[in-house]
Design a protein around this ligand. Structure first.
Ligand code: PLP
Length: 388
């Protein structure tokens, strides 16, 4: 058979019904203790399952599925998306190393770099997400990691990963991508030069707002260190959560298509509203990095931002507080629509966020798009009244 297409992989990856009485889904193994049949087995540890924390066939099923979809060598699971970021960084950095991290990174990832990595003697430097090949000037002999997040999950700069990777590799550094926004479906990090890809599995892979989990997928060259420190740090994910993610994963493709369609419809509608100064969505032609997005990505998820025209806090509250379908919450990727104010000015150090208006980040859920538009429209009406 030819190389399978992605929608087929979504269904087949990590499944082996024949090994499991013909049952379609893998069983949920609850395990801490794993028994060894002989002294020889204890000494060699030459059996696939050795200790609960190091994974069971349930764990391996999801790890295999994510590795195949991301296009990497192998995957490990962690207790949250953030712990996937921190574990990946710890596994590939040591005291005295230099880390380059994008100024558009997820705020808690920044917090870890500023408050933990610095304390352990890592030189943390933020760079302009739009730097591209220009990263060359920032690379030093002691630069061990270039961390990217593309697009940034609040401000949506799309990074030129091939250019960044080429320069980083020439300087002997490895490249990590937080690939949560696109999911493994719409961006293939290893085809664009990444050495490690990180997923907040919590978001689209789970897709139902009820699990915290992370995944680190690695090339073969970076695998040994990734696996060793994942183990050293005691990272693992629970079996029931893994099961929920395996279940969510099978519908990722149809879900994402709908998130994309509805997200684009909302973005286009919002772009015509007088209350909106700009829509920040990489799949719209007027986005500054649209050409890079179009070159490297095969789709867009449902997460984007808008900048409002200047308005009072009272008007903003009138808009947000009484929305019926859009919830105010941070963790996106589930079936429901979300909206949340964001303050990128406070999250930057290497570059300046110059937009003056309030930023709102939206997640397009799976509701009917006309109902979502009606909800926003009613919000803008309340806003107008509150503004007087
Ligand atoms: C949510 C998120 C994370 C963290 O994931 P958690 O599971 O919430 O810890 C990391 N990176 C990005 C881009 C995210 O959106």
């Amino acid at each position: 058979m030819n190389k399978k297409k992605q929608d087929t992989l979504i269904v087949t990856a990590g499944r082996d019904p024949e090994a499991n009485f013909g049952i379609v889904n893998p069983p949920v193994y609850h395990a801490s203790t794993v028994l060894y049949p002989t002294l020889e087995a204890v000494k060699t540890r030459a059996q696939p399952v050795t200790y609960g924390r190091r994974g069971t066939p349930t764990t391996f099923a999801l790890q295999d599925a994510i590795a195949e979809l991301e296009g990497g060598y192998r995957t490990v699971l962690t207790s949250s998306g953030l712990s996937a970021v921190t574990t990946a960084l710890l596994a590939h950095l040591k005291a005295g190393d230099h880390l380059l991290i994008t100024d558009s990174a997820y705020q808690p990832s920044r917090n870890f770099c500023d408050n933990v990595l610095k304390r352990y003697g890592v030189d943390v430097e933020y760079y302009d997400p739009c730097i591209g090949a220009g990263i060359e000037k920032l690379l030093r002999p002691e630069t061990a990691v270039v961390f990217t997040e593309s697009p940034g999950s609040v401000t949506f700069e799309v990074q030129d990963l091939p250019a960044i990777s080429e320069a980083a590799h020439r300087a002997g550094a490895i490249v990590m991508v937080d690939n949560t926004w696109a999911s493994p479906l719409y961006f293939k990090p290893f085809e664009h030069g990444a050495d490690l890809s990180i997923q907040a599995v919590t978001k689209y892979l789970c897709g139902h707002s009820d699990v915290m989990m992370g995944a680190i997928t690695s090339t073969e060259a970076a695998w040994k260190e990734t696996l060793a420190d994942h183990g050293a740090l005691g990272q693992c994910a629970g079996p029931d959560d893994i099961y929920l993610v395996l279940r969510g994963l099978r519908t990722l493709s149809v879900r994402l298509e709908r998130h994309m369609e509805t997200g684009l419809a909302l973005a286009r509608w919002l772009g015509k509203r007088p209350e909106v100064a700009q829509v920040i969505h990489p799949a719209l032609p007027d986005h500054p990095d649209h050409a890079i997005w179009k070159r490297d990505f095969t789709g867009a998820s449902g997460l984007f931002s808008i900048e409002l025209r200047p308005c009072t806090e009272k008007a903003l509250a009138a808009f947000l507080d009484d929305l019926e379908l859009f919830g105010m919450g941070y963790s996106w990727g589930g079936f429901e629509s979300l909206i949340i104010p964001q303050y990128p000015k406070k999250m930057r150090t290497a570059t300046e966020w110059t937009a003056e208006g309030q930023i709102l980040r939206l997640h397009a859920g799976l509701e009917d798009v006309d109902d979502l538009i009606a909800d926003l429209e009613a919000g803008f009406e309340r806003m107008g009244k509150a503004e007087g």
